[in-house]
Every structure is written in C-alpha cells, then in structure tokens.
Design a protein around this ligand. Structure first.
Ligand code: PLP
Length: 281
C-alpha cells in the first residue's frame, strides 16, 4: 500500500508527490533534514530534533517555516495516516525553488517534505562489522545537511568489503560512523566518544545515551580516539535515531567482545529503549 507523504502543506499519496527540478535541495543539496525515531507510535526525543533542525537552518541563513507545534502535528498526522508503530519520520527543508544560481535566492518559500518509514528499532541487533575510511566530508558536519554523498560512498566501501558500515577517520582519529556517532568502552569501563565540534554531528541519541550513562555513574571521556585504541577496547558501539545503541563487534578485521554485544552496550540499549517508551510523545 502506498504511503501518505507531506509536501508543502499537502498530504498526498507517495506516487503523486512532486518537488520541482529547480528545488535547491535537488540542485545544490541546499537543505537540511532530521530523522526522528518512533516507538509505540510515538516520537522519541522530538524536541531535540526540532531544536537541531532550527539550528541547522540558522547556520545556513534560513528560518524555520513552521512552528514546533505545527511540525509535531504533521509528524503525528503522518504516523496516524500510515499506521506506523515502530520506525522513522524523515523531514527535509530546503531553501526552495529558484532558477539555478550559486547565490541564494531571496524571498522564496522553503520546501518542506516529510515521510515515514517502518523499521524495527527495539529488536535485538546483530553487531556491526566496520572498516575505517578517510573522512572526506566538508568542514561543517554539525549542520545536518542533505549532502550525504561522502558517507554514502563510505557505506558502499564497507558493503563492497563485505562489512556493515564505516568509521570515518581524520588526522588519525575517528570522527563518526557514516550515519551514527561512534564510541568505545575501555578495559576500565570508561565510555569514550569524540567531543562535540564542527567535525561531527551532535547526535540527539548521543546526548540521551550519555545522560543515561552519567546517571549510571559510568566514566565518560569526550575526546577523539584512534582505530588502534578502538581495536584494543572492550566494547564498541554506535548511536543514532535509526539504530538506537548498536554494538560494533569488528573494526578493520579485529574482533571485539567475542563477536557479540558486550554487557555495557546491551545495558545502554535496554535503558535507552525503556527511556524512549517513557518519554516519547
Ligand atoms: N552522525 C551522523 C553523521 C549522522 O548522520 C547521524 C544520524 O543521522 C548521527 C551521527 C546520529 O544522530 P542522531 O542520534 O541525532 O540520529
């Protein structure tokens, strides 16, 4: 059955949804997006995604075309129309439609598109096997833009190598996964993840999971780490709205935690699922 999607104020069947070929999202990747997880038909960390969306738009000199309340209403309407119990809502906002020119157009209505995807998020996940690849992305990875070709190529390199995902490396240190934040757990039980900067996306799941880890009184070190340090770690994992807390069991051919999810990753994932069920709206 066809999904209902949202395009510029209208709910339409996906096969009838249309965006102009002159849309700057299509021609220049001049747009930003968010992906919000859905558990039990409700939105997880919705407020965090709205705040980051507004920030991404602001960093590119764009405003929010809709209020947070309006966005919430559209998200909920799509969940209801598409009967989504567990999955994702994708929203993309671009600078709009204008004749092709590198200069930004003025006074053009922004394009707003939303759709849902069904996906299991709370079931047990097999551990990911990752390879390291050079991080060739631009310098403002804190802005969640739709220019995703570099991470998409990195993901394909992993697939071609028979693995699941790639961790991107810059100046000898891991930045993040292709679509997730990367973590290791040291032999002493400390969680290491790269500090926030323009080098990585400020994950909404990252913030929630680090809060849970802090509540468990786990030691957290926000700093860069190398692939070698990761290969020597006790456990490794990634976080994202699309993956929750997902174990990483192999890094560049070196197996971690016996090839299965370690106890800390398991615990954090369970807690995050529990918290998501409680706080989703
Ligand atoms: N890092 C990158 C590059 C991503 O693309 C994503 C999610 O799409 C994340 C991290 C995780 O962010 P979040 O937890 O907000 O989904």
């Amino acid at each position: 059955m066809s999904r209902t999607v949202y395009v510029n104020g209208k709910y339409v069947a996906e096969e009838n949804a249309q965006v102009s070929v002159f849309d700057r999202g299509f021609l220049f990747a001049d747009g930003v997006y968010e992906v919000t997880a859905v558990v039990g038909g409700k939105l997880v960390d919705f407020q965090g995604h709205v705040v980051r969306l507004e920030r991404s738009l602001g960093e590119l000199g764009m405003g929010m075309p809709l209020t947070g309340e309006e966005l919430l209403g559209i998200h909920r309407e799509l969940l209801s129309r598409n009967n989504v119990d567990e999955g994702l809502v994708y929203i993309q906002i671009t600078r709009g439609v204008a004749d092709r020119d590198f200069a930004f157009p003025e006074n053009v209505p922004q394009s707003v598109v939303l759709f849902t995807q069904n996906k299991s998020l709370t079931s047990e996940k097999p551990g990911l096997r990752v390879i390291s690849v050079p991080d060739i992305r631009w310098g403002r990875r804190d802005i969640k833009t739709v220019q995703l070709l570099a991470p998409s190529m990195a993901k394909m390199m992993a697939k071609k190598a028979g693995k699941d995902d790639a961790w991107m490396v810059e100046d000898g240190y891991v930045t993040e996964g292709t679509s997730n934040n990367a973590y290791i757990v040291t032999k002493e039980g400390a969680i290491i993840t790269r500090n926030l900067s323009t080098s990585i996306l400020h994950g909404i799941t990252r913030a929630a999971v680090l809060k849970l880890a802090a509540e468990l009184e786990m030691k957290i070190e926000e700093r860069p780490f190398t692939i070698t340090e990761a290969q020597e770690a006790k456990e490794a994992f990634v976080t994202a709205a699309t993956a929750f807390v997902c174990p990483v069991v192999e890094i560049d051919g070196v197996e971690l935690s016996g090839g299965i999810a370690g106890p800390i990753v398991k615990r954090l994932n369970e807690l995050y699922i529990e918290e998501s069920r409680k706080s989703s709206i």
